[in-house]
Design a protein around this ligand. Sequence first.
Ligand code: GLP
Length: 241
Amino acid sequence: MHLIICESQAAQAKACAAIIAAQVLQKPSSVLGLATGDTPKAIYRELIALRQGGVLDFSQVRSFNLDEYVGLAPTHPQSYCFFMWEQFFASMGMRPEQVRVPSGIAADLEAECQQYEKDIAAAGGIDLQLLGLGHDGHIAFNEPGESFEKCTHVAALTEQTIQANSRNFGPDETVPQTALSMGIGSIMRARRIVLSAYGKAKAEIVAKAFLGPVTPWVPASILQFHPDCTIVLDAEAASAL
Ligand code: GLP
């Protein structure tokens, strides 16, 4: 595990973007694993700025997102597919055929999970996977106690995660309780992993995940065993290390 600690959140986002940019510059047809949540937003803004500056070209990149809520159509403003187009894909000039987000409205969700794994394999596997970190140590929607071997699956969200995600939904909207999520098994197969975390609220779980024992009860702790994983933190997220 490599650890990068940056002074500010802005520098932390720049550092993550630089790693992704370097990956794509070295291999323009890279297969990226992408994440949603608040954490990647600033990273995506940095990458968009690099593209606008003529430094970065994503026209040959393929991408696979970590997860999607069950029951939300890609046009639903709270869906992760909508988030990705709004925050990143459109501004990067990406075409629909370059990107894949699991479909939370597939008639057969199990079949969609299997197809997702096949699509990742057919693309040659993920070169670089970007991850955020949930407050309970979850990565994608792999909640505490989930087996380390799982591939893409239908995941039941914990009360804490539903609560945390409710901030993005209106008072009259129901927060989905299940999602399609790449499993720890799928994530660990990525050739490189970059986990990004910032802010005081993540300090305790960062210390638990990366200094504590490797256990399914802290899903991100498995990253200690990945051969090429970089944890990029700001000073606040690193404050309990
Ligand atoms: C959700 C997503 C995760 C993300 C996590 C943390 O549960 N499924 O992929 O890492 O939230 O979100 P945030 O970056 O907003 O703290």
